[in-house]
Design a protein around this ligand. Structure first.
Ligand SMILES: [Fe+2]
Length: 137
């Protein structure tokens, strides 16, 4: 599976968010490094729980910042976070959901992490830069 690469365009411009994003990339890449995920359930479960815990912490941090800056699309962004967490929680609780998740692990991790950063988080970053709340780099 292809690894997630933290490219320059993934930078949001807020240090804590960027560091937490890099940690999520690292955990996702650990999952990608499992050669036969269907046969290594324990390892997959451990890393998915680890990802879920870190995403929960990260989303909370991000939501506090969005709220502090009074980001207009806060509610929509928060809902998207909740949906991502729900999909991981579901997979951890039901084996059918887990096998579907494993079949699409590549697509899902890209969607939950990199695509979310490049669309939703970036929309916040661009807005915050345009209003002068964070520095343009
Ligand atoms: Fe986000």
């Amino acid at each position: 599976m292809n690894k997630l690469i933290f490219t320059h365009d993934c930078n949001i411009g807020i240090e804590i968010i960027d560091s937490q994003h890099q940690l999520l990339f690292a955990i996702a890449n650990k999952l990608f490094s499992i050669q036969y995920p269907q046969e290594q359930n324990d390892k997959v479960l451990f890393l998915l729980e680890h990802l879920l815990n870190n995403m929960t912490i990260h989303f909370r941090t991000e939501e506090q910042i969005l709220l502090k800056y009074d980001f207009p699309a806060y509610t929509k962004h928060k809902q998207e976070h909740a949906e991502i967490l729900l999909q991981i929680q579901k997979a951890l609780q039901c084996s059918d959901c887990m096998s579907k998740l494993l079949q699409n692990l590549d697509v899902l991790l890209n969607k939950w992490i990199k695509d979310h950063i490049l669309t939703e988080d970036k929309a916040f970053s661009n807005w915050a830069k345009s209003t002068g709340l964070i520095k343009k780099k």
